[in-house]
Design a protein around this ligand. Structure first.
Ligand SMILES: CC(C)(COP(=O)(O)OP(=O)(O)OC[C@H]1O[C@@H](n2cnc3c(N)ncnc32)[C@H](O)[C@@H]1OP(=O)(O)O)[C@@H](O)C(=O)NCCC(=O)NCCS
Length: 305
């Protein structure tokens, strides 16, 4: 807990509006306990004191058909008084264990502003894939004469399903190549909509749905589950209507709703290689984590036997 919290507080020096740790301590403790019980990893001990650790969950299909390890934000760290090279040693040992078990795709999430850690993983062969970002809830001054935005009701589910289907297509295409399927969208959205903490807005012009954005309390990191944070978990604008401010109008509407409902922070996570998505979220949000991936040649298993 100490190691993870000191890394968190270092990130908070760069992104000062990240929430106070008091709001996620229990959640963090439970997550660490769970990974120590069910994950695979190692600790570094010096003078009977834990000075660093790394652990991950085993995943049977990790960004593809190969097995992999996911190391969340709370599952690694080195005490600040020890050199970052300890990370390299921890990874060398842990990776040996993971790869011998045929877990060849390695994914790790870390705080984005620590240049030394970023460089360490980059030099170990990892590349960026996902970003968690945050913004303070603030109004966005944007107006439109012909676009109307309304909070979706149950009878808007067919419009939501149409737009969500288009988002899935976007994720399937280059350069994202995320093999998502949109099976039973009406059933899934009806289920999603039943949760009183999930909300969605649709942008219309002349009764035609052109875009949507949705929010929910839970996202990818222990910070995103903080009670002050609400998270954007999807958004889409028709390709031929983009860059005319519709996404910003939707985000602005969400800011107003969050303010009225006493949320002070708005989070989002996105794929770094989503060119338009990255550009949009980076304009309005500040990244606080990066998730990087290393794909190891699985044929090494033939040598290990
Ligand atoms: C992300 C998205 C919803 C933004 O909607 P939009 O209506 O185009 O957004 P806006 O017109 O309000 O643009 C606001 C900013 O986003 C960025 N942006 C939007 N379109 C862009 C493009 N084609 N290329 C680069 N940047 C772009 C710019 O920073 C822009 O600010 P600027 O106009 O001052 O340059 C839309 O691009 C989209 O549907 N993308 C595909 C789906 C997707 O990626 N969804 C997010 C999933 S995580």
């Amino acid at each position: 807990m100490d190691i993870v919290l000191s890394l968190y507080n270092k990130e908070k020096e760069a992104v000062s509006f990240l929430p106070h740790q008091g709001g996620f301590l229990n959640n963090l403790k439970e997550s660490i306990k769970k990974i120590l019980k069910h994950g695979k990893g190692i600790v570094a001990i010096y003078d009977n004191k834990l000075i660093g650790f790394i652990a991950g969950y085993e995943i049977d299909e990790c960004f593809g058909k190969c097995k992999g390890i996911y190391t969340p934000l709370y599952a690694h760290g080195v005490r600040s008084e020890y050199p970052k090279s300890l990370y390299q040693k921890l990874y060398k040992q842990a990776a040996d264990m993971w790869v011998k078990g045929s877990y060849t795709n390695h994914v790790i999430t870390f705080f984005s502003h620590d240049k030394e850690i970023r460089d360490t993983w980059f030099w170990l062969g990892f590349g960026l894939r996902c970003v968690d970002a945050m913004r303070e809830v603030r109004p966005i001054d944007v107006r439109s004469r012909d676009i109307t935005i309304h909070k979706a009701r149950l009878n808007d589910i067919p419009d939501m399903a149409y737009l969500e289907g288009k988002l899935t297509q976007h994720l399937n295409q280059s350069p994202l190549f995320m093999p998502r399927k949109n099976e039973e969208p009406i059933k899934n959205l009806t289920e999603w909509y039943k949760n009183k903490d999930n909300h969605l807005w649709i942008a219309y012009r002349d009764k035609k749905p052109l875009g949507y954005m949705k929010i929910e309390p839970n996202a990818e990191t222990f910070i995103s589950k903080h009670q002050d944070v609400m998270n954007i978990t999807g958004g889409f604008v028709e390709p031929n209507k983009r860059k005319s401010g519709i996404g910003t109008l939707l985000l602005g509407e969400i800011q107003q709703w969050l303010k009225k409902n006493d949320y002070s922070l708005c989070g989002v996570d996105f794929e770094s290689f989503n060119i338009v998505g990255s550009s949009f979220w980076n304009k309005y949000f500040t990244p606080y984590t990066y998730s990087v991936v290393r794909r190891i040649d699985e044929r090494i298993g033939d040598l290990y036997g």
